[in-house]
Design a protein. Structure first.
Length: 153
């Protein structure tokens, strides 16, 4: 029985699971997330995702709502029409300085004319990207996400 518990030691070089940059991002995410959960932040904040820290391009991000809840989103350039092609999604208009300018539900049918008008309006308001949150499963969940992430006026 003792032989089963024996683990052969190898001389291979041990490398850390995360590099320093990833550890810093992880610590920042944990610290900010804990603070937001306790204090209920007055406005949503974007937080880096440690799982995508090593990727060269930013395709995904996470937002913490005022409630402290975390929302993962795909990132699209403002002019990318794919962002408007999703149905039953939460759409966030994000400025270059990483603030949510506007938010809306894409709706069950993705009404193209309404979404195109919204895209023009957010471009005029200074949006640089559209973040798409697809994980809200029903209308109630999408409405809750919108209320949690919408900027206060």
């Amino acid at each position: 029985m003792a032989a089963l518990a024996y683990r052969q030691q190898t001389s291979r070089q041990q490398r850390p699971a995360f590099d320093q940059r990833q550890r810093d991002l992880f610590a920042q995410e944990l610290g900010a997330g804990a603070a937001l959960a306790e204090d209920h932040a007055p406005h949503p904040r974007e937080l880096p995702m440690r799982s995508t820290a090593g990727l060269g391009e930013r395709r995904f991000t996470a937002w913490r709502g005022r409630s402290g809840r975390r929302y993962v989103a795909s990132i699209f350039a403002l002019g990318d029409d794919h962002a408007l092609g999703f149905t039953d999604a939460v759409l966030l208009a994000v400025s270059a300085d990483r603030r949510i300018l506007a938010a809306r539900d894409s709706g069950p049918f993705g009404v193209e004319a309404a979404l195109t008008r919204w895209q023009r309006a957010i471009a005029a308001a200074g949006a640089a990207e559209i973040h798409v949150h697809l994980l809200a499963e029903d209308g109630v969940s999408r409405r809750a996400a919108l209320l949690d992430l919408m900027p206060e006026v």
